[in-house]
Design a protein. Sequence first.
Length: 127
Amino acid sequence: MSRTSQVHLTRRERQIMDVVYRFGDVSIADVLAHIPDPPSYSAVRALVRLLEKKGHVQHKKDGVRYVYSATLSRDRAKKSAIEHLLQTFFDGSTELAVASLLSLSEQRLSSGELDRIAKTIDEARTN
């Protein structure tokens, strides 16, 4: 699966992938039960088939139904999406991305949150 295909998901495709990542192996009925304002069964089935064609999910037969699972771990998909975001909007600069995230915060970060961020930075220095 190409890196760009992972970040070009429609809202519905993202909702479906959220369900897949949350529950692991899912049926179409599971997806319908867990996405907001679900479309018809047929529409969800078509979207899941499209996600399979794009390489995001795979299926296996479980009795008379298909069960779908993600082809990448959530952590790997997150990493790929962040790499794409860094390249697209921040010229590959982690520093610019972090500065942007910190400036976007609508609330001031708590002392504990700042301490955890500082600890992460310190760990990055030693690695």
